[in-house]
Each structure stands twice: as structure tokens, then as C-alpha cells.
Design a protein around this ligand. Structure first.
Ligand SMILES: Cc1cc2nc3c(=O)[nH]c(=O)nc-3n(C[C@H](O)[C@H](O)[C@H](O)COP(=O)(O)OP(=O)(O)OC[C@H]3O[C@@H](n4cnc5c(N)ncnc54)[C@H](O)[C@@H]3O)c2cc1C
Length: 431
């Protein structure tokens, strides 16, 4: 456990040092006695709640104007949780019993709002963290945020919790001829409903859960979707043998080796869905669970898209070679006309853009370098929540561990902190 050393404790309430911190910066400076959490999505909220329950106050910074901005602002209308609710609940508070097994996004957001209320979490909205760096002289993190009017604030804190998510920025691929296309090209984070594409020829790029579901939504709104399938993909039924496929897999893994469970899932999928390769959806060489463990690639849980692929209502296409005027040329040499393109090409972490630290987080992908379940803790009071590639289940595990770890330091440091908070609540406005 790397708790505040005696030296750091003294520095923390050294008026000369604190004065230096304040005057070297033209930013408003706020000293946070407890942890600073960046991001008010499910991960940030879960961590704040677990800390609160242990008597540790925290400050949550959020770049948008609401909690769970990914869910509220960047997802399509028909979205439901992909996994049953018992695998998606945050620590300390379950979903209401009258919620369905797969809550709608509106229900999930209502749950998160109730969660924030229950634990009295009030994030500081419209504050984008633009830089965070450990100040070894002080023994504290210096975190800079920018408000919507460009106003800067510097937070000084002992613990920094990164909760900005695996989906912080949309991944938009380069495509030759993009400027020529002329039609609507948008990422799924900007797609709401198939309503506005009624009657149109739409090419959906990417065959993960989002791409498959957007295709289904387009079909349901009488659009004409085609799906670009570049890679191999595991499509599994959402339910098997009267249970959720995810729940069944978790249960089987308690008793059986992963390869055996994978075999079983594939046999059942074959019996229920047929040979997906016949419809252009080749399966990877590794089984769905092994692949998820090794690469983080999530299997698609089918909610009806496959039936539309089988019936020909959704056409499967190979990779794109280039875009032309309202048309797409594929790598097989064929060209087809389209009115719009939806990019279901995923997201990326934004951590390398603001966190000046390279030991815990990889600069390449913005994820913790140490694999699950050891990626949640770094050095100097740095933590990561929600970077496990295991959805909300991973979030809950991280949040609980982080809160326990910080609580130990918090109690240990109670003596220094009293002096620190008394002398160090600096509120200096910009000149
Ligand atoms: C369409 C879709 C469906 C999904 N369905 C499921 C599911 O059914 N079950 C499941 O377990 N998982 C699901 N996931 C995975 C999903 O990532 C998690 O459910 C969850 O949203 C992760 O929470 P998070 O708090 O880690 O990240 P986010 O929800 O992305 O929250 C991160 C927050 O940090 C803020 N932020 C980012 N950068 C900064 C910055 N520099 N400064 C300040 N704030 C910042 C963002 O605005 C955001 O509000 C789904 C994801 C998607 C995209």
C-alpha cells in the first residue's frame, strides 16, 4: 500500500509550497482532500458510491452536462442492455425488481440517476479534463480541467481515478474517396433511429453488437441495409436452454474448462442458428469465450438480425475498397449504390490525450498495461475503473477494489489530512 509519506504530509500543508502552486498557475486552484474521479459514467458513479459508503468523499468531473453521457447522448433509441440486468448492476444497489431482464436504455439511465441520488453524487458537469500529471515534488496529482467557456481549473489531489471509459471517442476509419461520397456518413454514436433512413439504401460498416442491431433497426423502419463484414465473428443466440447465453456461460465456467464451454456454446449455436458461415459470417478459429479472454473481442448476441440476413433483407458485403459518388466499391470489385453509411466501427479510450503517465496506461491504446484483474491500480495513487473489457461486471469489481484500497490510505492519513484540509482549501480566481 503506497500511503502518504510523512514528507508528503508536511508538504501538503506547507504554505510556501501551496502558495507556489497557486501563483505559478493562472488557473483557479482547488485542493481535493479525497480522490478525484474523472468521468461520471457508470464506472465513475460506482467508484464514488463505494467510496461514499466507506466515508471517503470524492469529487467527480464530467465533460458533458449529464451523468452517463454515453448512454444518454450517444446511443440509439432501441438500445437495451445486452446482458441480463443481474450482470449489469452497480455495487450496493440492484435494479428495481419490476425492470425487465434486459432493461431499455431509458430504464438504465433512470437506474443510474437513482443511484447518483441515493449516494448523493453530484458531479461537476461541463468540465473536460485536459491534463493530469503527478507532481513528484508535492506528492500530488495536478489535474487541469476546462469549462465550456474556456475557464480553467486546476485540482490538486492525492488520488486520481480514471473513469473515462473504453468508449470515450468514436473510432472513425479513413476511407478512400470519403469526400466524394456526397451522402450522410455517420458513426453509430450519432445514430438514433432508422426512421430518418426509411426507404434508403444504407451501408452499415462493422458487425459487432451495435452494427448488427442498427441493421435490424433499419430493417424495422423499412430501410434497405447492407452490412460490411470484414472479420470473422461469433454470433450466438442471446438465450440458450431457457437461460441467457452469458449467464449460462458464467455458470458452466465454474465447473468446466473454457474450451469445453466454448465447444458447447458453438454446438448449441449451430443447432439454433445454423451455420453462420453460409450467410457470410465466418467464425473465428478460437471459441467465443477464449477469444474474449485473449483479445477482448465480444461475441455478438443475436436479437433478430440473423433472421433478416438469412431472408436476404440484410445483405452481407466484403470490405470497402473506396467510396464513390453515392456508391461504394468493395474489395471483390463490385460497386453498389448507397444513400448513407453508418460506421459501427467502435470506440477508443482517450486517456493518452490527457494523462501524462506511461507506466500504468499504455500510450498505444489508452488501457492499463496490466491485464485483468490487475489493471485497476497504478503507482502514486492512480487508479483505473472500467477498462477491463468486461462491461459493467468489470466496473463493479474495479470500483469495490479501488474504494477498499483508498479507504485504507484514507484512514491511515487522517492525521495529516486534518492539517491539510485546514490550510489547503485554496480558491483563487484567475487574474
Ligand atoms: C451501445 C453500447 C451498449 C453497451 N451495452 C452494455 C451492456 O449491456 N452491458 C455492459 O456491461 N456493458 C455494455 N456496454 C459497455 C459500456 O461501455 C458500459 O456499459 C459502460 O457505459 C461503461 O461505463 P464507463 O463509466 O466505464 O464509461 P462511459 O459510460 O463511457 O463513461 C465515461 C464518462 O467519462 C466522461 N469523460 C471522458 N473523457 C473525459 C474527460 N477528459 N474529462 C471529463 N470527463 C470525461 C464521458 O463523457 C463519460 O460520461 C455497452 C456499450 C455500448 C457503446
Amino acid at each position: 500500500m503506497d500511503c502518504l509519506t510523512e514528507m508528503q504530509g508536511k508538504q501538503a500543508h506547507d504554505p510556501i509550497l501551496l502558495e507556489k502552486m497557486n501563483t505559478t498557475s493562472s488557473w483557479r486552484c482547488i485542493c481535493v482532500p479525497g480522490p478525484l474521479i474523472v468521468g461520471a459514467g457508470p464506472s465513475g458513479l460506482a467508484t464514488a458510491a463505494c467510496l461514499k459508503q466507506k466515508g471517503v468523499p470524492s469529487v467527480v468531473l464530467e465533460r458533458s452536462n449529464c451523468i452517463a453521457s454515453l448512454w444518454q447522448l450517444k446511443t440509439y433509441d432501441r438500445l437495451r442492455l445486452h446482458l441480463p440486468k443481474q450482470f449489469c448492476q452497480l455495487p450496493l444497489m440492484g435494479f428495481p425488481t419490476d425492470f425487465p431482464t434486459y432493461p431499455t436504455k431509458q430504464q438504465f439511465v433512470a437506474y443510474l440517476e437513482a443511484y447518483a441520488r441515493m449516494f448523493d453524487i453530484e458531479p461537476r458537469f461541463n468540465e473536460t479534463v485536459s491534463r493530469a500529471e503527478y507532481d513528484a515534488t508535492l506528492g500530488f496529482w495536478r489535474v487541469k480541467s476546462v469549462g465550456i467557456k474556456g475557464e480553467g481549473t486546476e485540482y490538486v489531489c492525492r488520488w486520481l481515478v480514471v473513469a473515462t471509459g473504453e468508449n470515450a471517442e468514436a473510432l472513425v476509419p479513413e476511407m478512400e474517396g470519403k469526400g466524394e461520397f456526397g451522402g450522410d456518413i455517420r458513426h453509430t454514436s450519432l445514430y438514433k433511429s432508422g426512421e430518418e433512413f426509411r426507404g434508403k439504401r444504407v451501408l452499415v460498416v462493422g458487425c459487432g453488437n451495435s452494427g448488427m442491431e442498427v441493421c435490424l433497426d433499419l430493417c424495422n423502419h423499412n430501410a434497405r441495409p447492407s452490412l460490411v463484414v470484414r472479420d470473422t465473428v461469433h454470433v450466438l443466440p442471446r438465450e440458450m436452454l431457457g437461460r441467457s447465453t452469458f449467464g449460462l456461460s458464467m455458470w458452466l465456467l465454474k465447473w468446466l474448462p473454457i474450451r469445453f464451454v466454448d465447444r458447447l456454446l458453438l454446438v448449441l449455436s449451430w443447432l439454433m442458428l445454423g451455420d453462420t458461415a453460409r450467410f457470410g459470417l465466418e467464425r473465428p478459429r478460437l471459441g467465443p469465450l477464449e477469444l474474449k479472454n485473449l483479445s477482448g473481442k465480444t461475441p455478438v448476441l443475436d436479437v433478430g438480425t440473423l433472421a433478416n440476413i438469412k431472408s436476404g433483407d440484410i445483405k452481407v458485403c466484403p470490405s470497402i475498397k473506396r467510396l464513390k459518388r453515392f456508391a461504394v466499391e468493395f474489395v471483390n470489385g463490385k460497386t453498389e449504390n448507397f444513400d448513407a453509411i453508418i460506421l459501427a466501427t467502435g470506440y477508443k479510450s482517450n486517456v493518452p490525450s490527457w494523462l501524462k503517465e506511461r507506466e500504468m496506461f499504455s500510450e498505444k491504446d489508452g488501457y492499463p498495461r496490466r491485464p485483468f484483474p490487475n489493471g485497476w491500480k497504478g503507482g502514486n495513487g492512480l487508479y483505473a475503473v472500467g477498462f477491463t473489457k468486461r462491461g459493467l461486471l468489470g466496473t463493479s469489481m474495479d470500483a469495490e477494489r479501488i474504494a477498499e484500497d483508498i479507504e485504507r490510505c484514507w484512514k491511515h492519513e487522517a492525521k495529516h489530512r486534518t492539517a491539510f484540509t485546514r490550510s489547503a482549501v485554496l480558491q483563487q480566481s484567475s487574474p
